[in-house]
Ligand binder design. Structure first.
Ligand SMILES: Nc1ncnc2c1ncn2[C@@H]1O[C@H](COP(=O)(O)OP(=O)(O)OP(=O)(O)O)[C@@H](O)[C@H]1O
Ligand SMILES: [Mg+2]
Length: 290
């Protein structure tokens, strides 16, 4: 058991959350304070990382168990909290991210503050950090909005800095596979495709276009398609190229399913999705009026 420290012995510099250098993908060991480390305070300090520490202090997580996957922009970890397992998505620091094509997704998102707008366009440090903040906040707010509307996506639990805590999709600590990683029988592929179209229509009925939809961002869990990875989500009415982004999502899905042997024409699918979104919108309205 770690020895409790007196106030004077604590190295606050270490816990201040101030960053000495930008952080990219980090191992669980780098993020956590181990029980035997000097400086660990029982019940008060468990994580070296400020975002994780904040989730811990707010009762969301107790420990990180494993790294689920590291992607282009973020690493997703399996964590344990008082109420079971959860997924923690931690973005790399702004300095270490490429922000590759985020210009396309930023269209249609108004930045009122002139100085901030200039910083973002000029790609200054402040600008990059603002882009990072917007990116993470966008993912969390869209998760909240769409989960509340009944979309099959992970339940959002909390946001802290560049980190999002959400429902873990999987069983006994094993994450659900991505649609891209499973082999489906023809009837299963039909069923999965119908569910994916329902996902697109449900997002559209909420005026959202995923904008990076493919079999890599859909998990297949207990015969259900669950969509993830929302930071680039576009507003259907505000984004000038919303139709293009919607078309691209539908085409990508058709291409993914073609690899599974299920052939569908993107044009027909677009029509069906739009029709279904109209019905869902109408249902939302009549639910709101009753
Ligand atoms: N809630 C979750 N439950 C279980 N696994 C998850 C969850 N969220 C994400 N994952 C896993 O983590 C991977 C990366 O997540 P996500 O796609 O959100 O991040 P990313 O950085 O955009 O990754 P990529 O660049 O691969 O798209 C997913 O492919 C999936 O395997
Ligand atoms: Mg992804």
């Amino acid at each position: 058991m770690a020895r409790k420290q007196s106030f004077d012995e604590i190295n606050f510099e270490k816990f201040s959350g101030r960053r000495r250098k930008p952080r990219g993908r980090q191992s669980i060991r780098q993020l956590s304070l181990l029980a035997e480390e000097p400086g660990r305070l029982d019940y008060e300090q468990t994580f070296r990382d400020g975002d994780l520490q904040s989730l811990y202090e707010n009762g969301l997580i107790n420990e990180l168990l494993a790294e689920i996957k590291s992607g282009k922009e973020a690493t997703v970890y399996l964590a344990r909290g008082d109420h079971g397992l959860l997924a923690v998505k931690m973005y790399r620091d702004a300095e270490l991210r490429s922000f590759g094509n985020d210009q396309l997704y930023r269209e249609g998102r108004a930045i009122v503050d002139k100085r901030l707008r200039r910083a973002i366009t000029g790609n200054t440090r402040k600008g990059r950090s603002a882009r990072q903040g917007m990116w993470v906040a966008e993912e969390y707010s869209k998760l909240c909005k769409l989960h509340a509307a009944g979309l099959a996506c992970p339940r959002p639990l909390a946001i802290a800095g560049r980190t999002i805590a959400m429902e873990f999709i999987g069983e006994d600590g094993d994450p659900a596979p991505r649609l891209a990683d499973v082999s489906l029988s023809p009837p299963e592929a039909e069923q999965a495709f119908a569910q994916c179209m329902e996902l697109v229509a449900c997002m559209l009925a909420c005026d959202c276009v995923h904008s990076d939809l493919s079999a890599f961002n859909i998990l297949w869990h207990k015969q259900r398609a669950i969509v993830i990875d929302f930071p680039q989500m576009a507003d259907f009415h505000l984004h000038p190229r919303a139709w293009y982004l919607l078309w691209r999502d539908v085409e990508n899905l058709c291409a993914s399913f073609a690899r599974l042997g299920l052939i569908r024409e993107a044009e027909n699918v677009m029509e069906l999705v739009n029709e279904r979104a109209r019905v869902l919108r109408w249902q939302q309205k009549s639910d709101g009026n009753s």
